[in-house]
Design a protein around this ligand. Structure first.
Ligand SMILES: [Zn+2]
Length: 65
């Protein structure tokens, strides 16, 4: 029998987290990361979890202006 193990990355520190009952803080790796992320949300820095961060490629575009 194959047990399918779903792994996710902790949104805070990118640590691999096993998605199971053993990880009560999933998708975070620990309560600490969960708290830190929540603190981030409480502040003005809203980052959508799971959304890839666009690389800063605005270099060179300034030439148009
Ligand atoms: Zn973490």
């Amino acid at each position: 029998m194959n047990k399918r193990v779903l792994k996710v990355n902790c949104p805070n520190c990118n640590e691999i987290v096993i998605w199971s009952e053993d990880s009560p803080y999933r998708p975070f790796c620990s309560q600490r990361c969960k708290t830190i992320d929540f603190g981030d949300w409480a502040s003005e820095r809203h980052v959508i979890a799971g959304e890839p961060v666009a690389p800063q490629d605005d270099e060179g575009q300034d030439d148009f202006f």
